[in-house]
Design a protein around this ligand. Structure first.
Ligand code: F6R
Length: 243
């Protein structure tokens, strides 16, 4: 596990974008695993900037997103499909058919999760998976549990995640209660993992997840067992890491 410390959010975003664009330059038809949330917005902005300058080309890149709220349509501005188009896909030369987000409108959860898992396999797996980190240690929507879920599955969101995500909705009641997410096994199969995290509010969970025991109670702790993980974190997020 490599940890890069940055001074602030901007530097974290730039470093993460650097690593992702290096992947795209080395393998133009790579599969990028992508995340939503507030943390990667600066990374996507930086990639867009470099695309506009002619430094990165997404014309052959393929993407798979980690997760999607169950029940939200693509045109709902809180869906992760919408988020990805707004922050990245509509701003670069990626082909729509090469981008993939779980289909939140498929009512048959098993069918959609099996389809998504098979899709990732058919693409040859993920070359680099971008992750954010939830306050409770979740990655994707894999919430603290007694086991590490293996495959793409449907989850019930915890109260703490609903609370954390309500800032994007009119009220907590509007936050969907379920989501489709890649499993921990799906994430661990990625060839490389890039986790980005910033802010003092995540300092406790960073220390627990990456310097504490590996346990499904802290889903991100499993990343300690992946052979190629890069964490890019600002100083505030690393402030409680044991020296
Ligand atoms: C989003 C995702 C989540 C977020 C996490 C952190 O696709 O999978 O695990 O990465 O909730 O969210 P932010 O970045 O908003 O703090």
């Amino acid at each position: 596990m490599k940890i890069y410390a940055t001074n602030d959010y901007q530097e974290m975003s730039r470093k993460a974008a650097n690593i992702l664009s290096a992947q795209v330059i080395l393998k133009p038809d790579c599969v990028l695993g992508l995340a939503t949330g507030s943390t990667p917005i600066g990374t996507y902005d930086q990639l867009v900037d470099w695309y506009k300058k002619g430094d990165v080309d997404f014309s052959e890149v393929k993407t798979v997103n980690l997760d999607e709220y169950r029940g939200l349509t693509r045109d709902n501005d809180q869906s992760y499909y919408y988020f990805m188009h707004e922050h990245l896909f509509d701003r670069v030369n990626i082909k729509e058919e090469n981008t993939h987000v779980p289909d939140g409108t498929e009512p048959d959860a098993q069918k959609e999760c099996d389809r998504y898992e098979a899709l990732i396999e058919s693409m040859g797996g993920v070359d680099i998976q971008l992750l954010g980190l939830g306050h409770n240690g979740h990655i994707g929507f894999n919430e603290p549990d007694s086991v590490f879920p293996q495959r793409t599955h449907c989850v019930n969101l915890t109260e703490s995640t609903i609370e954390a995500n309500k800032r994007f909705f009119a009220s907590a009641d509007d936050v969907p209660r379920q989501a489709y997410t890649m499993g921990i096994g799906t994430i661990m199969k990625a060839k490389k993992i890039l986790l980005i995290v910033n802010g003092e509010g995540k300092a406790d969970i960073v220390a627990k997840a990456f310097f504490g025991p590996v346990t499904p109670e802290v889903p991100a702790s499993i990343l300690q067992l992946h052979r190629d993980v890069i964490i890019v974190a600002d100083k505030a997020a690393l402030s409680k890491v044991p020296v």
